[in-house]
Design a binder for this molecule. Sequence first.
Ligand code: SF4
Length: 397
Amino acid sequence: MGKSRKLSFYFHIPFCLSKCYYCDFNSYAGLNWLIPQYVDTLEKEMQLHAKDVWEFEVKTIYFGGGTPSLLPAKSIAYMLESCSKLFNMPSNLEVTLEANPGTVDQSFLTQLKESGVNRLSLGVQSFSDNELKLLGRIHSANEAREAFFMARQAGFENINMDLLYALPQQAVSDWRNNLVEAIKLNPDHFSLYPLTLEPSTPLANAVASGSLPKPDADLAADMYLLALDKLAQEGYSHYEISNWALPGKECQHNMTYWKNEPYLGLGAGAHSHLGGYRWVNVSSPVEYVKHLASLKTKLSPRPYFNNRWVDNIENIDRDLEIAEAVILSLRLEEGVNLTDFAHRFGVELYSIYQQQQINELVELGLIAKNQHSIRLTTKGKLLGNEVFSRFLPKSRG
Ligand code: SF4
């Protein structure tokens, strides 16, 4: 058997200098003292999985957070070296690291590039200092620009920029200005997300108490349409609902998720999807380190069963796998390819979802279909959840 099966690796780095006002990610301020032990524990978790995934080739590696750029560059280099020793890792794979512009300097970025990281995802969020303050970000707009220039100087030829829109008090003209400023830097990729008010975050509380206005859904739609228009003019292809790329710069790691392919998540709160199972590690970094420290490194296959560093494990039945594959593919511009679907699942899409059900969505203007594929229309992208819910298995719909 050849080593053609591919597996993406995600490393969760849950440390932040302070908590942004909108954030409910699994990230913690004030825990930096744990970083050295945490890195050693990630290495140990890699060892525990090595036997189980020996037949896979590493497809992509992604350091997400949290703030992975808080780690010393030598720790990233150490993890990549361990990865190449333990797994079948080709030399030209995509290796992404999320960086907060308030935490990087030239020397760090240069070392990072030398360590093998070849894609940087910069959490810029806005080019307005007022908006950055409202969000509780630790950096200014100018620091974001400087981080971008330093990354180019360090040799990064693949840089993503994250921006948020639909902020409280943000007008369409403010958003246009953010887009114009971002485009001037000519990043290779954009991820644009509307702000979601997560319960109990300071920003959600401020909106609930009336000290900030509620973001307006119609304005959010206008901002999305503006981004579609402007980025198309600048040559970015809109390949996923929230993602745009210059030719050849689509994020291969995220394609793993959207194509419902296997991935292994390491670190506190990291999610994995492999071998018909999905599991999530304990979210507390302290607990994660503690549970793994007490384990012997030699474990049987499927080390995620019956071990206390794993919080939840779920068997993915066929109905759910099919529904997830359809929903995730619909996020992509190319949509669901009917031939690929039949090849993967051994049945036609229309034998699972009735023509009538699909035609209804076509009549509502939410999806477009032809003999090769079904995909979201622009209206469908704005009302994605409405469409996705129709593809869930009956028991979960
Ligand atoms: S830097 Fe990212 S992960 Fe950290 S608090 Fe801010 S939004 Fe959350």
